[in-house]
Write a protein that binds this ligand. Structure first.
Ligand SMILES: CC(C)(COP(=O)(O)OP(=O)(O)OC[C@H]1O[C@@H](n2cnc3c(N)ncnc32)[C@H](O)[C@@H]1OP(=O)(O)O)[C@@H](O)C(=O)NCCC(=O)NCCS
Length: 175
């Protein structure tokens, strides 16, 4: 069964291979610098720092990243921002996620958001904003399957047309 874990060395090689695929799709995390990619311990430390709100660039909010793994394999990642800033309210939302290309359309994305909502509940969040590009059918289905209520479709400051959903997190939300 897949589960969410704190990023660790154990899954690094599997993660690194998936990351090459994310980069080919022009999907980067702030930690994906040439220096940190050669230094797994430093990379993992940078993720932990981000969760603790340490060494954040000006204006950035603390955010916790989890990896969805199954039998030693990295499947996907999810990042939960602890609060919104102007950019996140407009476009990015509280929760961002990605599933490695070879594992898509098997239900992992839906599961990833469901498990992330349980983590968000444990962090004390009551309601989260989750957004996707208007054209991202997979993400839209994931959000709606997890109780997303559409607030609006809106052209974000970046020019991208976004769907902005709110998900109310119930106390009974399970992992
Ligand atoms: C979007 C993404 C997370 C979907 O992950 P996934 O593991 O394929 O999602 P699921 O298997 O849970 O699919 C959920 C639903 O969307 C559908 N779906 C998934 N990808 C789809 C696609 N490219 N086109 C149409 N439908 C799609 C699935 O068939 C499923 O439909 P169903 O509920 O009617 O059966 C994945 O494609 C991804 O990581 N993309 C790049 C990153 C990204 O876009 N992240 C989201 C940012 S908001």
């Amino acid at each position: 069964m897949a589960r969410l874990v704190t990023p660790s060395k154990r899954y690094w090689n599997s993660y690194r291979r998936a990351l090459a695929g994310f980069h080919a799709e022009k999907r980067f995390l702030r930690q994906d610098t040439p220096r940190l990619l050669k230094d797994p311990a430093g990379y993992l430390r940078a993720l932990r720092d981000e969760a603790r709100g340490v060494h954040l660039p000006p204006g950035w909010v603390p955010a916790t990243t989890y990896w969805l793994v199954e039998e030693g394999t990295f499947i996907g990642r999810v990042t939960i921002r602890h609060r919104l800033n102007a950019y996140l309210r407009d476009e990015g939302g509280h929760i961002g996620y990605a599933v490695r290309a070879s594992k898509r359309r098997k239900g992992y994305g839906t599961q990833l958001l469901r498990r992330a909502l349980a983590k968000a509940a444990a962090m004390g969040l009551k309601r989260v904003l989750v957004t996707c590009d208007d054209t991202n059918v997979g993400s839209r289905k994931i959000i709606e399957a997890n109780g997303g209520v559409l607030e609006n479709r809106k052209r974000a400051a970046s020019g991208v047309l976004k769907r902005r959903y709110w998900i109310r997190i119930h106390a009974k939300t399970r992992k």
